[in-house]
Design a protein around this ligand. Structure first.
Ligand code: GDP
Ligand code: MN
Length: 391
């Protein structure tokens, strides 16, 4: 689950990380009020940023500076009128603008290959890190965190020196270790600061000082761990969730979209993985992982079918149900119902065994479904149907 920048910043502040003040505004007038406050508190300019769950807002015109309350109101109005990568901007973040000396990149990310949290940093911050990684991989420094102790201070110092942040060692160490704490405390799989910036500030005596600040924050939370953090579920932004993900979540289905052409509907996570393996062995590529769960009833089956068919790449569907608590005839009824509603005619191969399989077979035969006795046969039929559709 992705959360908005303002919410991500709250989680950083909770771990003691340095983040400039901010307010969230839904209207130009609210943005003006917030700007007036920051300007009265001594800011020379304010920054106004679109709150949408996509990167590259700056490039898309969603991050702007304003030097007065009037200008802040006008800029907020223009940003609230924007659509960034297809997402309408509903709120903006307003804060005192930082005077940036240099931008860095720093993140904590779950590295599944090494089964650890790693801290990634680059002195080439501000820009898209994927581009840096592709063009100049040596510009990225990667240091693993300790599985239990977190990001140890000596590792954090190594990171700071390798990024050229020796002049800000104390701040850099506090931020790098704090990123990993933020990650662990919230079961996040990514905590990213881009840019982490050296900013210039004027002291009361008129002299300038420099320090590090987290100017942007991106956090993704592990959906499977949300039950452990009741407060975090409230940060979900249903308007920005992928429609397929939302439908799956609301229907209680576990659904992960993949790249292939064969839609899979299965009950049970293990059986779903097996089904995908057998599709691959039969020469096909699964279009999704879909576990309809135990005891699924007809309406759930219909919802699963809608999700599968919403993917235009799907050219065949394989249904594999092992009836235990789930009753085969319920699933068959759900399939018949779903097919009567669907506007796209995609060949479907159904294998139902276990509880009420005989009743299911009668229903499916009457409705003229393609059926299969074994999973190998079902996979082969689905792959053949998909290849015939492509030809
Ligand atoms: P993103 O484009 O979605 O990653 O949004 P960011 O919050 O990272 O902002 C993009 C860029 O805008 C940053 O890399 C900075 O160069 C600039 N920016 C963001 N906040 C400030 C600020 O407070 N002051 C100044 N001068 N520039 C800022
Ligand atoms: Mn950014």
């Amino acid at each position: 689950m992705k959360i908005q920048e303002a919410d991500a910043k709250s989680l950083l502040v909770a771990q003691g990380l340095p983040v400039p003040a901010w307010a969230v505004a839904q209207t130009p007038a609210e943005a003006r009020t917030a700007a007036e406050r920051f300007l009265a508190d001594g800011a020379e300019r304010v920054v106004i940023k679109a709150q949408v769950l996509v990167g590259g807002r700056g490039k898309a015109g969603g991050v702007k500076l304003a030097g007065s309350a009037d200008e802040a109101e006008a800029v907020a109005r223009s940003i609230l009128d924007l659509e960034i990568k297809g997402i309408p901007v509903r709120t903006v973040l307003v804060g005192p603008a930082a005077d940036i000396v240099k931008e860095y990149y720093l993140s904590a990310v779950l590295d599944r290959a090494s089964r650890r949290i790693i801290v990634m940093g680059s002195a080439e911050g501000g820009v898209e890190i994927e581009a840096v990684a592709a063009e100049r991989p040596d510009a990225i420094v990667t240091i693993p965190a300790h599985p239990i102790a977190g990001f140890l201070p000596f590792k954090a110092r190594q990171m700071a020196f390798r990024l050229g942040l020796g002049a800000h060692l104390k701040d850099a160490v506090a931020i790098a270790t704090g990123l990993v704490r933020t990650m662990v405390a919230n079961d996040a799989d990514l905590v990213e600061i881009n840019p982490l910036a050296v900013v210039r500030e004027r002291a009361p005596d008129g002299s300038f000082t420099e320090r590090l600040q987290c100017l942007d924050a991106k956090i993704t939370l592990d959906d499977s761990a949300l039950a452990r953090h009741p407060g975090l579920e409230e940060l979900r932004d249903p308007d920005e969730e992928d429609p397929a993900d939302r439908e799956a979540r609301e229907a209680g289905l576990t659904f992960i979209k993949l790249e292939g052409t064969i839609g899979c509907m299965v009950n049970g996570a293990g059986l779903a993985m097996t089904t995908m393996d057998l599709v691959k062995r039969a020469g096909g590529e699964p279009a999704n992982f879909l576990d309809i769960g135990g005891g699924a009833r007809a309406d759930k089956v219909a919802a699963a079918m809608r999700l599968i068919l919403a993917d235009p790449k799907v050219t065949a569907i394989l249904v594999n149900i092992f009836g235990g608590i789930t009753r085969g005839d319920e699933v068959a009824r759900g399939l018949i119902e779903a097919r009567s509603q669907q506007d796209r005619d995609v060949p479907m191969v159904v294998r139902i065994v276990g509880t009420n399989a005989a009743e299911a077979a009668v229903l499916l035969r009457e409705a003229e479904f393609h059926t299969a006795e074994t999973l190998d046969d079902a996979a082969a039929q689905a792959v053949a149907a998909s290849k015939a559709a492509a030809a």
